[in-house]
Write a protein that binds this ligand. Sequence first.
Ligand SMILES: [Zn+2]
Length: 67
Amino acid sequence: MPMYEYRCQECGKLYEQLRRMSEADTNLQCPACGSEKVQRQVSACAFTGGASGGSSGGGCAPRGGFS
Ligand SMILES: [Zn+2]
């Protein structure tokens, strides 16, 4: 399951959550102030396989795959 990073637009709190891709932008709520004005951040290392560094090539390396 991908890990997403979110920032609360009310209090500025930055936090991470494991979510399904299909639910990445649903039911967002800041854990600090409870605001629903939360924006998902673009993460360079979105996937955590459970075994850190277990997959081939170290999944966190920026490869410039986007744009
Ligand atoms: Zn907040």
